[in-house]
Design a protein around this ligand. Structure first.
Ligand SMILES: NC(=O)c1ccc[n+]([C@@H]2O[C@H](COP(=O)([O-])OP(=O)(O)OC[C@H]3O[C@@H](n4cnc5c(N)ncnc54)[C@H](OP(=O)(O)O)[C@@H]3O)[C@@H](O)[C@H]2O)c1
Length: 329
């Protein structure tokens, strides 16, 4: 008898309303895949880009978004080792398709979840935490005493990155959309929180650093902030442009980096920092240890039923949310 499962699909690129629950066939896993019954699915901003068709190659339609989840292994491909039926696993990356009750995924993108970690906490923190891990530990060389600017500091990645940076003795200047978010950003490790919807963050950074500027800017907001972020850097500082929540960054004249102080620019992706299995496992271990040791506090995420995925997207895009969101099948 052929099996089916519930998934969220979109047949056109567009607003949250294109996300619709449907019953879809569930094939057996391929030779190098595992099949899982998901218990929690992480929402990530990249899911919005996929739905809009604005980031990288557009997904072939109809498509199911989702690049993170936790669940129980229900079937294992013939060439898979290291996973067995009944194992609790989490995954990041691989082909999108996470917004579903069951799914197949490459075993190479899955990790066993340590027994002492809660599934919902892992779904809320694996993708964002691995992003925070590479941004704070591997993408730039930070030293205790450095000062950085972190945009969207009360968001999913922002909450974890600010805690981790503080633990590294880095002074974090966070930007946030509201006073309520500013309060949260301060509680999560930001020494300063700028409400950039009201105050010019360039002026504020200048004031806070005594015109020195910061060593690194972590900019996931993109279009609205990129240009002014460059002005916040000290000479030879590094611009880490890792997202585009407000829209894609306009083309840049390379000479601008010279004129603004011999700046470095990187546009990193978690995909390249976790492609190697050894690096992926080491990064996850560092994340799990940080959660266990209390270096990172992961708050219970706001949970939406899987069938309300459109509402989760609408809330995230309207900047109402703080911290992480998960979908529950
Ligand atoms: N390159 C990578 O490896 C990688 C990996 C993971 C995530 N990311 C990027 O990191 C960013 C954060 O991801 P997340 O999942 O944790 O999301 P999030 O930070 O929880 O949500 C995005 C936040 O961006 C801010 N924002 C500013 N202008 C916005 C606009 N016009 N529309 C919507 N939001 C706006 C909002 O915070 P305020 O209201 O406080 O401004 C909003 O809460 C995203 O840009 C994502 O693409 C990159």
């Amino acid at each position: 008898m052929s099996q089916t499962t519930t998934a969220i699909r979109f047949s056109n690129f567009g607003g949250p309303e294109v996300l619709l629950p449907v019953e879809v066939p569930l094939a057996a896993p391929g030779n190098t895949e595992i099949q899982i019954r998901q218990t929690a699915i992480g929402f990530n901003y990249i899911d919005v880009y996929h739905r809009k068709g604005v980031f990288g190659p557009k997904l072939p339609l109809p498509a199911t978004p989702g690049v993170e989840g936790v669940g129980e292994v229900t079937a294992v491909g013939t060439e898979v080792s290291g996973f067995a039926i009944g194992d609790r696993v989490a995954y990041v990356g691989g082909p999108p398709g996470g917004y579903a009750r069951h799914r197949n995924l490459p075993a190479a993108r899955a990790l066993l979840v340590p027994d002492d970690l809660d599934s919902t906490i892992v779904a809320a923190s694996l993708f964002k935490g691995l992003t925070a891990e590479y941004l704070t530990h591997r993408c730039v060389n930070l030293q205790p005493g450095d000062t950085v600017l972190l945009h969207a500091a009360a968001g999913g990645v922002g909450a974890l990155a600010s805690q981790w940076l503080k633990a590294l003795d880095v002074t974090v200047i966070g930007t946030v959309g509201t006073d309520e978010k500013a309060q949260r950003a301060r509680a999560q490790g930001c020494a300063h929180a700028i409400v950039y919807t009201r105050d010019d963050f360039r002026d504020e950074v200048k004031r806070i650093t005594g015109s020195k500027g910061v060593k690194v800017v972590y900019d996931s907001v993109g279009a609205d902030t990129f240009e002014r972020s460059l002005d916040c850097l000290q000479p030879r500082g590094t611009m880490v442009s890792f997202g585009e929540s407000s829209g894609p960054v306009a083309p840049l004249q390379i000479g601008t980096l010279g004129a603004k102080g011999s700046l470095y620019l990187t546009r990193p992706s978690i995909a390249h920092y976790t492609a190697d299995r050894g690096e992926f496992e080491a990064a996850a271990e560092r994340l799990f240890t940080a959660i266990r040791d209390g270096v990172l506090t992961v708050e219970m995420p706001h949970a939406y039923p899987l069938t309300d995925a459109a509402k989760a997207h609408a809330d995230a895009e309207s900047r109402k949310t703080m911290g992480a969101l998960v979908l529950v099948p």
